[in-house]
Every structure is written in structure tokens, then in C-alpha cells.
Design a protein around this ligand. Sequence first.
Ligand code: TXA
Ligand code: MG
Length: 326
Amino acid sequence: MAAAAAILRQGGTVIIPTETVYGLAANALDPVAVAKIFAAKGRPADNPLIVHIAATDQLAPLVRAVPPVLPLLAEHFWPGPLTLVLPRAPLVPDITAAGMDTVAVRLPQNPVARAIITAAGVPLAAPSANRSGIPSPTTFAHCLADMDGRVDAIVQSAPCAVGLESTVLSLAGAVPRLLRPGAVTLEQLRAVLGTVEVDEGVTHHLADNQPVSSPGMKYRHYAPKAELLLLVGSTQAYCDYLTQNARVGDFALCFTEDLPQLTLPALCYGGRQDHAAQAERLFGLLRELDDRGALRGFVHAPSTEGVGLAVYNRLLRAAAFQLLEL
Ligand code: TXA
Ligand code: MG
């Protein structure tokens, strides 16, 4: 951790574990260091980064004003998988925020992440450590496969407990707005804040000419090489559809309950109601589809309650919005 912090202080890049996914970190306040993140990922310059802090009092210098609701949100959800979008202070360089007048800030829970941020002594910009467009890394092996030779160091740590990226909530407008669902759920946010709007991009494909609240929404995401189709329906309907339609090269990405009835190769991503397991396994299994040479993947779509909304949101993008109601 001390070695990682030293590299970061000197303007280098280090992949660090967090509780959500591994992040590709650099000093958020150093434009030259942040440019290395964009280069290593092949990330479009108009997609802003999340700034990671290790204590709540590190927020104030990054934003123009700390919102009155911050203590309440921090009490419930920080440290943890919640990112807040707030008006940006001049201290945060343009490149970090991709020129936006807001900045996204998160206080992660993972103790290794926090120890490295603290030892570095600066806030760390860190997008997910995948190459742009493919699923975020949730294990050290994923990071090595994607980024060996493209960063100064990779911290070897445990698989990520959550498995999907943080919830992104904008506090920049009059009403709090969910831009990306995650393990901090819409239901939990509404219980604390009252009204929370859900951005249309969370569950729908935005037309090319529609304005986006979060630039990350418009890019193809989380996509394996296999063509994915999301199937919405009961265990019976899902299994019947696959019995009738599966060809050589097809895989099922299914619930535990579906397994007994399936005859094609199947990867199970959790019990039907076990959204936490689905979140934890999803990205690893999307990579496994490619490793096993899948041509097409038929995904049993999760329900959208609780963490299910985050799983559904990532799958929709991985499937390029191809969805069939059975
Ligand atoms: O869990 C996470 O959030 C992980 C770990 C490493 O912390 N990081 C992560 O970063 O997922 P990234 O860059 O892969 O996703 C950040 C998302 C993008 O969709 C980006 O467009 C959005 O947050 N975002 C960042 N700054 C924003 C801003 N000022 N306004 C709106 N959206 C913003
Ligand atoms: Mg990402």
C-alpha cells in the first residue's frame, strides 16, 4: 500500500481494489496523471471520472458548496457504494470532470482503497479498471488481463464484494436524481431523501439526439463478444424458449431455478431473488462467455427491485438493449 501511494504521489497510475469493482487510480488534482488514465483505458475524453476520498472532510475543497443533505447521506451510505454529483470547485481540473461544471465524489468502504487514498494524501480519480467498453474487473485476474503493461502497478487483493459499480446520485439539480443504479438502492435513497427522480437513461435507450445527464450512459458498455438477448418471463417460459431456439454456440445466463430444465451450456448467476449474488457474479460470467467462445448468450432478466435494478441496468447495456418479453 505504501508503494502504491508513492507511485500515485509521483503522478503514476495504480489499479486499486474497491468494494464495487477495481479502479484505475491517479491523483485527481494532477491533469498529467489523469490523462494517463484516459490513455490506458482508451476512454473518450468527454466521460468524467469519479474522485475518491477517504474521509468526509475531504469533500469540501472539491465542491462549490456542500449540500445541507450531505451529513444525512454520509451517515447512511458513506463509506460505501454511493457516488454524489455536486457543483465542481476550481481545484478539480477540467480533464478529471471532462469539462463539466459538476464533479462526482465517492468515499469507498474497502479498507485497502481507503488506506491507499490516505497514504497518497490526495483524492484519487478512478474509473473502473477495464478497457473502455468491456465489463468492469471484479478480480485481480481481470485487471491483469486488461491492463498488464498499461499501468504502473496493480494491487493484488480479494474479489470485489459488490461486483457492480457504485450508485451515482446527482445533487446538482433541485431534486436528487439517480443517474446509475448500484448496491445503494433507489428504495434506500427514497427512504432517506424522500423524492428521488430516476433518469430515463437508467432503464431506456436514449436516442442519439437526446441530452444525457451522465456521459457514461451513451457509450456501449459491459459488452462481451457474444451477442446477448435479455429474456423477461417465468422459469417455465425461459426454459421453453431456450428448448425451442437454442443452437450450437449458445449459452444460457440463468438463475439457479432454471438449471434443471436446461439442456444447453449454462452459467448460473444466482437465485432468482438473490440480487446480491447476481451482482457479484455478473461481470465475471460475462467475461467467461467470451473465454468459452459463446456466440450468443440468453440471459434470464432479473426483476428491478432493490439491487436488481442495477443488475438489469448493466445487462440492458451489455445486450445493446435487446430484450424480449416472453
Ligand atoms: O464503483 C465505482 O463507481 C467504480 C469504482 C472504481 O469506484 N468507478 C466507476 O467509474 O464505475 P466509471 O468511470 O467507470 O463510471 C463513472 C460514471 C460514468 O458513467 C460517468 O459518466 C459518471 O459516473 N460521471 C462521472 N462524473 C460525472 C458527473 N460530473 N456528472 C454525471 N455523471 C458523471
Ligand atoms: Mg466504467
